[in-house]
Design a protein around this ligand. Structure first.
Ligand code: PLP
Length: 359
């Protein structure tokens, strides 16, 4: 607290990111990063950009990157907005595209940054309870016209990993034709057939904004690149906020590396497939230790053990330099969120849990 803070800052409850400690022999399964890192071509492109021109400002509109992203998704460049991580893109979307006087609907179990943005921008929000099995029932989002400010959800959801079928996303879009429905697809590349991107719907639904990131499936959490896809009018709204905030959110290294990532498609597909295979092995291992694991379409699993306190398990794992995430929040306190690492990392986790759970 400081008497120099604005009244708004005094009231904020900031998001708490997962820790990034330096421990010897660390097995880091707490923030859903890729265990594989970016394609070699990405590192080469960053080195090249570095040598060239860091004394110059970057392209403020990231034109080449937006063209590459548009081509990857089969949309036009004016349907693409890029930002400094999808967290920044999400923040701009809350600012630019929700009706601020009315509550924004979101699941009660979801990415905990959403209520933080609402408080930052003074937007009321309503948390809609997920079902007892932690799935989302879109019928719970039906409201009379003109009573909500927008809808936001993650698909697959975080931290549950549960995917919502495309037909349910479309139902939400029909329920709220005059409001923006924001679908945060940070994990969609790990969904296989169970989590399908809503990008195919943006041509038919001018109220749909899809947000994706290079942080998880492209192994570039440290580069900070995220993007939104939607009708050109929504993208223009985001650009108006961006250009009233920071004209150059993506530096030259980020733009060069991100372009190269989309060009290294085979590497991207292979590493996503490896993560999905490791996920199935991790789920099987956890189940054989007595955990209940929610069906995951993401690069993490959400698991609970009927006989063990999740917070205590997380602490005892940490003492062995194995990090997993535990949220001290209603409904999800009995769960651990475990990122899918390499098979060797998952094996170390399972071995440690086997010892901790032994009678
Ligand atoms: C990780 C994550 C993000 C943020 O990703 P960045 O692009 O690294 O900012 C957004 N939404 C969800 C649901 C996430 O889990």
């Amino acid at each position: 607290m400081s008497r120099f803070w604005s009244p708004l800052v005094t009231q904020l409850t900031p998001y708490v990111a997962g820790e990034q400690p330096r421990l010897p022999g660390l097995v880091k399964l707490n923030t859903n990063e890729s265990p594989y890192g970016p394609a070699p071509e990405v590192l080469a492109a960053i080195a090249q950009a570095n040598a060239d021109a860091l004394r110059l400002y970057p392209d403020p509109d990231a034109g080449e990157l937006r063209r590459v992203i548009a081509a990857h998704h089969g949309v036009q460049p004016d349907q693409v907005f890029v930002g400094n991580g999808s967290d920044e893109v999400l923040a701009h979307a809350f600012h630019a595209l929700f009706q601020h006087g009315l509550p924004v609907l979101m699941p009660d179990v979801s990415y905990s940054f959403y209520p933080v943005y609402c408080r930052l921008y003074g937007i009321p929000h309503e948390q809609v309870p997920v079902r007892a099995d932690f799935g989302i029932d879109v019928r719970d989002y039906a409201r009379p016209a003109g009573t909500v400010g927008g809808v936001v959800l993650a698909n697959p959801n975080a931290p549950t990993g549960i995917a919502l079928p495309l037909a349910d996303i479309e139902a939400l879009l029909h329920q709220h034709p005059d409001r923006v429905v924001l679908v945060d697809e940070a994990y969609v590349d790990f969904g296989g057939e169970s989590a399908v991107s809503a990008v195919s719907l943006i041509g038919r639904h001018p109220n749909l904004l899809v947000v994706q990131t290079l942080s998880k499936s492209r192994g570039l959490a440290g580069l900070r690149v995220g993007y939104a896809l939607g009708h050109a009018d929504l993208i223009e709204g985001l650009a108006r906020v961006k250009d009233s905030f920071n004209s150059y959110p993506l530096d030259r290294l980020a733009q060069a590396g991100a372009v190269a990532s989309f060009q290294a498609d085979a590497y991207f597909r292979q590493t996503c497939a490896r993560v999905m295979q490791s996920r199935e092995r991790l789920v099987a291992g956890l189940c054989s230790l007595g955990f209940d694991v929610l069906p995951s379409a993401a690069n993490f699993v959400f698991a609970t053990h009927p006989a063990h306190d999740a917070g205590a398990l997380a602490q005892r794992l940490r003492a062995q330099a194995i990090l997993v995430r535990h949220f001290k929040q209603p409904r999800i306190e009995p769960f651990l969120r475990i990122s899918v690492g390499t098979d060797a990392e998952c094996a170390r986790l399972l071995d440690a849990l086997g010892v901790l759970l032994a009678p």
